[in-house]
Design a protein around this ligand. Structure first.
Ligand SMILES: [Zn+2]
Length: 232
């Protein structure tokens, strides 16, 4: 009888622990609720239907994963990708390309930051496996639940920020499709911490017309790989 009681108590304890951790990881965090839809004018260009893998090829993704013994990866957890967080590097030097950022990450130049993808106008570099959390959002909820995309701001001859943002929009659409993430959960870094990031796509430090434009691009590319249908 005593034994049965202790087993029952243990079972109860496990139930409470499971419920408690679920709440701690998200249920109580208002930032994990699906945000209100961003209002935007849909892109009117005709839909060019293509497969997800075709759009992913257009993004031109190179995989260069950070060393597994880097401090950021040793401290990582299992990622639950239900948000996509968009950042901008705020680094205007002419050499601050996607590949340079990836080299810096892999070489240990960023000791307390990591993110999944870096995008410039020519390519995208993947720095972390998509099953691992990065350190980019500034809050545990943001890090544990979102894929981090950094957009480069390098200023060199021939730079074209529009192409960088457009490539990031394509990548975002691919990830939305792969993980079933609603467009409403494509958020600026601002969403988690009120930081002015991605600065070039915010208006006076907040989501406004430029952020709405970015959502319209993501929506357009998502429709191109989803038989013309939006997901928002
Ligand atoms: Zn940021």
């Amino acid at each position: 009888m005593i034994r049965f009681a202790s087993i029952a108590a243990l079972f109860l304890l496990l139930l409470v622990a499971a419920g408690g951790s679920g709440c701690q990881q998200g249920g109580g965090n208002r930032y994990l609720r699906t945000p209100a839809a961003v209002r935007f004018k849909p892109v009117r260009s005709p839909i060019m239907l293509r497969s997800v893998s075709r759009l992913a090829r257009e993004v031109n993704i190179k995989v260069r994963i950070m060393p597994s013994n880097s401090p950021q990866r040793r401290g990582s957890r299992r990622l639950r990708p239900s948000f996509i967080t968009i950042h901008s590097t705020a680094n205007h030097s002419s050499t601050s390309t996607a590949m340079q950022h990836s080299r810096a990450l892999c070489g240990g130049a960023f000791t307390n930051r990591s993110w999944h993808f870096t995008v410039d106008q020519f390519m995208c570099v993947q720095n972390l496996p998509l099953k691992e959390t990065g350190w980019h959002a500034g809050t545990p909820a943001g890090n544990h639940n979102s894929i981090g995309i950094e957009m480069c701001e390098c200023e060199n001859r021939g730079h074209n920020h529009f192409r960088t943002w457009d490539r990031a929009a394509k990548l975002t659409a691919v990830l939305m499709k792969r993980y079933g993430i609603n467009l409403r959960r494509v958020v600026p870094h601002y969403h988690w911490t009120r930081k002015n990031c991605p600065m070039p796509l915010l208006t006076n430090g907040k989501p406004g017309p430029k952020w709405a434009w970015f959502h319209s691009r993501v929506d357009y590319y998502f429709r191109c790989i989803n038989n013309g249908k939006s997901f928002r």
